[in-house]
Design a protein around this ligand. Sequence first.
Ligand code: SAH
Length: 199
Amino acid sequence: MDKKELELELEKLEGFQDPDSKLEQYRTPPELASSVLWSVYMKGEIEGKKIYDLGCGTGTLGIGAKILGAEEVVCVDVDEKAIEIAKKNAKKAGVDIEFLAIDVMEASGSADIVIQNPPFGSQVPGSDRPFIKKSLKIAPVVYSFHMGGTDRFVRRYVDNCGGVVTSSQTINFPLERTMPWHDKDIESVEVVFYRFERK
Ligand code: SAH
């Protein structure tokens, strides 16, 4: 398996059928998902690890992590419809994953790594916070996408939750046209892919 093969596997998966704007349901595009997962894999932080994907949506990140050899993957999303699609996607990809249709705040347990692309808090202000807080409770190492331009807030909140940002990478995120107010087919927004650690 290499990065391109992973991308091709992720392209076979289904996205959201009827995305809910309040839940900020945007799928991480396969190319971007495979690129960030590959970078985490190369750091030795996927193979043999227990991984949580919080706000998994249709399962792209968690399924990708399992394809790359994660020992165990737990995917959490509050939206049952998204979880149903994610289950089908896991089956299609031939991977075994535990799915939980619960709010992120109800998630418990522990893992080696969390990899998440949560809501950015642009529709419901603050909706990204519980993900930062919970992810650091579950795992000592977290990879998380956040909206560009919120860097000071993200760093301060990670610090409040007992973590520290160890790296960040700015990425253009191609937003597919999913919401009625999008007037272009694909619009690019700036996002940042962070790595945090517990202090
Ligand atoms: N991580 C997926 C989906 C990103 S969209 C991907 O990378 O493709 C953000 C996801 O967070 C949506 O699926 C949405 O349903 C979920 N979500 C939003 N608020 C949530 C909450 N409070 N608890 C759990 N999941 C939530």
